[in-house]
Design a protein around this ligand. Structure first.
Ligand code: NAD
Ligand code: TDX
Length: 353
């Protein structure tokens, strides 16, 4: 058994994104023993939104540094300035559809960005490096079967190929330079503050605004869904107890077909807003399929459950209901994201940093 790691000062790359901000809120609001510094290192691309961190922005344990992970000098300076002992790496280009239209930035951020971080860790080998990756690296399942940590990599989109590359680099740096690394591969996250280019928030907002609900192909593709706070809890456990050099799968044990999710969202929005379900159902629009669309993802997460005692705490039904409610209750966040005005807020507050 490896001794538990003490996490004092942590650098979160991509902390202004969906999962990164959930992790930071979890750490600062739900882990009272955490007394160190939590540094959010983020370039604030279109997906980065500091409004996601409004609840913790004044916490003295929190700091924000606007920076690109490809800027090795800035990453290293930040690590020195805050005496960082742990990096959790979430910064990435994360949307599959965007990777189909413009792969280059995915290669730059996801592959080269990870390389630059690893070079910094190589020079500071006391830093532990946890890499957050995706189940999409394993490719595509048929009607049955589950991805395990031993499943061969077989990525099918430019996004998943870039994530697979970054996973290989992390593994290779761990082996070659004996630095302390761990990797997690998780399934589709959902929950509050999710950018509305992704299926669940897009469908909720389009329902609320009576816009078409675009379902790719016949909507029969299956994903496993993990509530983002359950993921944050798993990541915090992994930072402390994940074994050096190991990979852990994280899943929500909630496989659903896309069309069934969309129909459930329609029902939940209709209930919450006293609207006719029939009217909202008519918004469902089948559109041409995503090229190379993986049919099914499903995860065997018994390793993290057995080794670390982690279990997802939210059923999909509860998590989705809470998520729909969150979007209804947080219209200012939604309208800032949809109008793009969250970018102006960032420019005003951080232009000179
Ligand atoms: P996101 O797109 O919401 O956020 C990404 C964040 O990274 C943003 O804040 C963005 O500003 C930042 N960023 C992008 N390029 C950067 C750069 N060059 N330098 C510094 N910061 C940069 O992504 P997410 O959904 O929160 O995903 C986080 C991580 O988890 C990613 O690595 C993704 O591959 C992985 N992942 C996500 C899911 C999911 O369902 N969302 C599932 C599995 C794995
Ligand atoms: O408008 C849509 N209509 C639709 O049918 C969108 C945006 C998606 N879909 C389908 C495609 C997928 O089968 O819904 C499913 C989910 O799509 P996304 O939300 O785009 O997620 P996915 O492509 O599965 O990838 C997500 O999970 C794994 C994250 O974006 C990745 O970052 C993560 O690695």
């Amino acid at each position: 058994m490896q001794a538990e790691r003490t996490v004092k000062n942590i650098l979160v790359t991509g902390g202004a994104g969906f999962i990164g901000s959930a992790f930071i809120r979890y750490l600062l609001q739900r882990v009272p023993d955490f007394k160190g510094k939590c540094v959010n290192y983020d370039a604030l691309t279109y997906a980065g939104n500091l409004e996601n961190l409004a609840q913790v922005a004044q916490d003295p344990r929190y700091a924000f540094v606007k920076g690109d992970i490809c800027d090795q000098v800035k990453v290293e300076e930040t690590c020195k300035q805050y005496a960082i002992d742990t990096i959790i790496h979430l910064a990435a280009e994360s949307h599959v559809d965007r990777s189909i239209h413009g792969p280059l930035v995915f290669l730059e951020t996801n592959i080269l960005g990870t390389y630059h971080l690893l070079e910094v860790v190589k020079r500071h080998p006391t830093i532990h490096f946890h890499h957050v990756s995706t189940d999409e690296v394993y490719g595509c399942l048929g009607e049955t079967g589950l991805f395990t940590e031993e499943t061969a990599y077989s990525p099918n989109s430019p996004y998943s190929a870039s994530k697979a590359s970054s996973d290989h680099l992390v593994r290779a740096y761990g082996k070659t330079y004996d630095i302390s690394t761990t990797i997690s591969n998780c399934s589709n996250n959902y929950g509050p503050y999710h950018f509305p280019e992704k299926l669940i928030p897009l469908m909720i907002l389009n329902c609320l605004q009576r816009k078409p609900l675009p379902v790719y192909g016949e909507g029969k593709n299956v994903r496993d869904w993990l509530f983002v706070d359950d993921h944050a809890a798993a990541l915090w456990l992994l930072l402390q107890k994940g074994r050096k050099g190991e990979t852990y799968n994280i899943g929500g044990e909630a496989e659903r077909r896309n069309i069934d999710i969309v129909k459930t969202i329609v029902k939940l929005v209709a209930e919450a807003t006293s609207t006719s379900e029939t009217e909202l159902t008519q918004l469902i629009t089948f559109v041409p399929d995503r090229p190379g669309h993986d049919f099914r993802y499903a995860i065997d997460c018994s390793k993290i459950k057995q080794e670390l005692g982690w279990h997802p705490q939210h059923t999909f039904e509860e998590g989705l209901r809470d998520t729909v409610k969150w979007y209804i209750d947080n219209q200012p966040w939604c309208s800032h994201v949809q109008s793009g005005s969250y970018r102006q807020w960032i420019e005003t507050n951080y232009a000179n940093r």
